[in-house]
Design a protein around this ligand. Sequence first.
Ligand code: DGJ
Length: 741
Amino acid sequence: MNIHYDIKEGLFHLQHEKMSYCMAVLRTGHLAHLYVGPPLKGPLQVSFFRVDQNKGLTAYPGPGEFGLSLGVERMEYPSFGTSDFREPAIALEAKTGETSLDLRYHSHEILPGKPNLSPMPSTRPHQADEGMTLEIKLFDALRGVSCYLTYTLFKGLGGIVRSARLTNESRETLNLKRLMSLNVDLMDQNWEWVQFTGDWIRERAMTKHPIRVGVQSIGSRRGASSAHQNPFLILKRPHTTEDAGEALGLSLVYSGNFLILGEGDHNGHTRIMAGIHPGDFSWELRPGDSFQTPEAVLVYSQEGLNALSQNLHRFIHQHIIHPKWHNHQRPICLNNWEATYFDFDEEKLIRLAQAGKSLGMEMLVLDDGWFGQRNNDQTSLGDWTVNLKKLPSGLKGLSEKLHDLGMQFGLWIEPEMVNLTSKFALDHPDWIIREPRREPCHARNQYVLDFSRKEVVEAIYEQLTALLDQTPVDYIKWDMNRNMTDVYSLALPPHRQGELHHRYILGVYDLYERLTQRYPHILFESCSAGGGRFDLGMLYYAPQTWTSDNTDAVERLKIQYGTSMAYPLSTMAAHVSQVPNHQTHRVTPLKLRHDVARFGVLGYELDVTLLTEKEKEDIRQEIKSYKTYRQDLLYGDFYRLVSPFDTHGHQTAWMVVAKDQSRAILGWYQVLASPNPPLSHLPLSGLDPLGLYVIDGTDQVYGGADLMALGLLIQPSYNGIHKTNDPSGDYQSRLVVLNRL
Ligand code: DGJ
């Protein structure tokens, strides 16, 4: 790992064992992007990457300049108005109405470690001196702005962490309209754009298309990163598979409005940029003010998508999630939501906890409905005081009783929201995000608090700490069940309303920061009606996320498969629920539900007091087995083998391999049977090629290399590995544990 600057060539080379990233200061002082790809050894010259080109209908920056047009070059951080006609990474407006920008290289520094971006979540070095950072200062003398581009290399990451900061060094106020975290101008257009798209209860479906000439984008203007588009993109070569070929992954450490944009230009290049969505965004930059973007993580793989994901997973474990939760054995929870919805009392909860405990569960999570008069979704958000009718001994009493039973206690909150009839909203009607003269849109009968205001965050903080100081709580599920409309803050002047979205999410981060500092022992799980805010910004505070409100095992195959492209299994909460499933009304075997949910943070979300003896025994066995393999399932290397997106959802297979390759756990799933199927072999991945593996519960021994070359013989109704008692074809699953001898 090294950051090298060749003064003679003006060439920066960021070298990592897995990739190189190169830029150059051109003769005009503009910063060009040269290369991202397999590691280059050098010596390098700028002429290897670019030559002067004179083209018709082309503008050139400055008098006398020919051959070097910003619109023809591949730029590192492009702006508009000075010969580049493509999408800019930065845009601002001076008081005079002038908008052009001409950023040229000024200086750079190479620093050990990395700067902290507080008050925003940002990647953490393990140790203070881990990583290396390059900061390049670009300057526009006329406009009086400095733009700092920051690049950090981490030892474990085959990639780069980037961000940008703009400082107004002029004597007048500027209106910042766009400042992206990252821009890369790739050399060619032979890429597929892979995005993770969906909606409530069908998050992160993998869809792809070839890069087109023109602009394509994903983004969110909902005030949250969203279930609709995840702030993560893969660019892969058309022939790239899970196990071979080039791919780039791009992820934002941000939970608010975002844009990831691609532009195929007319010179055969692909411009990719990512950052805060410029729609609805503006920022008043007074003289001396700076604006810092969130970070973007760019990873590169030459070895297919599994390697790309594993790289990101490692990175999330080491540099996003708080060290306290590294390798932490997440508790198996029993969540009362689908078991009771709003209809519970202390007695019922204790009965659930007792039954759960007897099956091996470790924590009861009390979901929505414990506060104010909340017996449905129309009331009480904002009034965070316990409902003593339902819980006569209060939260403290309930928590103590659960702890006496040997169960941890988890609590649901939704701190960013109010119902209009709550005391909180009635006392502070101006603390809601809404325009003053229009009735605001509601969603689930609730409204969004103006977290851009410090006093609002403070008031919620006070309510929550009053509660949490007195109640032993082990886990918090922080929910967020609607997106923002009527975006207007009564605390901001008209010309600064464009700051609201970003200020809001900074307020959310502030509350997270203060609560996690004050209660470092509490494990947070983020949630937004399921996976509506599954992003690296949230994972910085909350090491796991409620992956989806959809608990149907068949749907979860796709959701968890898509999610795994960016996020490790330790971040995905996955619950076994009852059938018919509450979201799809589908009836699937308990085995399938278990075999899917164990590839994640296993939990339960059903009335365990109503189970048959057989179901109880199955759950007991499953939990015992999950506990045996929990460390590998949460922190081993995850390999996707068969994609539900390639098989119309009918087949899926994946596996986890222990870090030392001593064990592997394979999950194979068939949703619908096909008649008289041919024999099929499933090649495995990630095993020790020299090792011998025995299939748990059998005396069958295979060579690791053979399992990866030939594969395991999988026959749906009788697979030669495990005889199944349920030979009917639909909804089958196999769980195979391989131990190295
Ligand atoms: C949405 C969440 O995703 C559910 O799990 C549950 O907590 C409900 N909200 C409660 O209102």
